[in-house]
Design a protein around this ligand. Structure first.
Ligand SMILES: Nc1ncnc2c1ncn2[C@@H]1O[C@H](COP(=O)(O)OP(=O)(O)O)[C@@H](O)[C@H]1O
Ligand SMILES: Cc1ncc(COP(=O)(O)O)c(N)n1
Length: 267
């Protein structure tokens, strides 16, 4: 049996619901061996972010090199990258090692409002990292920030997806968690056509780490050889199960249930 491998380059969430922790749990549940390069340590729980401690560029680079030179990877995702320097270092390492299946989750702000990406780092994200990505998975505020457009309708979402694709990323998946309505719609643009993934919106406050979990599930599926579209379908099912079968941890915005998808028979 050949084990497929995925790497996450992201921040650590001490509360276990988002960041590196969410990514590794998701990789594990989908049968993929997970590795990591930690970009920042956050002191975080379900009530919010209590501290952000970025790693040095050297530490981020060495973690990537250590994994690449020995273990290798079939896909990699990025999450919280925090600064221009870290983004530039990660982009350079992606090019140096020739990593192909790169999924960028452009994490900017935690649900409680704490910044996880410095404002001035947006330019490096757009010009250095996105051109190397197979997929980028912004939520609606992130898609607005990257495209510079306001998103009020499905047509706006499509225009924003096209604008983001023009930065050089092959697939744009705009997540619909921040929309309103009984159904969530996630929109995938592959440079030619649009495809929508929908699910029942769950009325819950426990959505901490949904974006990280979604992009990690896509990364695991792509590591196993799925197309971007099939990977998005898997990720949608994974996150739907994880939100529906909530585990109610902590007194604020709790994490989702990473076991749920496999317990329902997915793998
Ligand atoms: N309340 C909810 N019920 C069902 N699905 C949700 C809910 N909130 C978010 N999702 C789904 O979770 C995934 C992450 O979405 P989103 O919340 O937009 O990302 P982020 O965590 O990056 O802000 C998407 O597939 C979205 O449709
Ligand atoms: C270390 C870290 N990375 C990412 C997020 C975003 O979480 P979400 O997926 O809920 O937007 C977070 N809160 N903390």
């Amino acid at each position: 049996m050949t084990i497929k491998k995925a790497m996450t380059i992201a921040g650590s969430d001490s509360g276990g619901g988002a960041g590196i922790q969410a990514d590794l749990k998701t990789f594990q549940e989908l049968g993929v061996f997970g590795t990591s390069s930690i970009t920042a340590v956050t002191a975080q729980n379900t009530l919010g972010v209590h501290g952000v401690y970025p790693m040095s560029v050297d530490a981020v680079e060495k973690q990537i090199d250590a994994v690449a030179s020995d273990i290798g990877l079939d896909a990699l995702k990025t999450g919280m990258l925090f600064s221009t320097e870290i983004i530039e270092a990660v982009a350079a390492k992606i090019r140096e090692h020739g990593f192909k299946n790169v999924i960028v989750d452009p994490v900017m702000i935690a649900k409680g409002g704490a910044p996880l990406l410095q404002e001035e780092a947006m330019e490096a994200l757009k010009t250095k990292l996105l051109p190397l990505a197979l997929v980028v998975t912004p939520n609606i505020p992130e898609a607005e920030a990257i495209s510079g457009m306001s998103i009020q309708s499905v047509e706006d979402k499509k225009e924003a997806a096209k604008a983001i694709a023009s930065l050089g990323v092959k697939h744009v998946l705009i997540k619909g968690g921040h929309d309103e309505g009984e159904i969530t719609y996630d929109l995938l643009y592959d440079g030619e056509s649009f495809h929508t993934f929908s699910g029942k919106r769950i009325n819950t406050k426990d959505t901490h780490g949904t974006g990280c979990t979604f992009s990690a599930a896509m990364t695991a599926a792509i590591a196993k050889g799925a197309s971007v579209r099939t990977a998005a379908e898997t990720a949608k099912q994974f996150i739907q199960a994880a939100i529906e079968d909530g585990i109610h941890i902590g007194s604020g915005h709790g994490p989702t249930n990473h076991w749920a998808y496999r317990q329902r028979g997915g793998c």
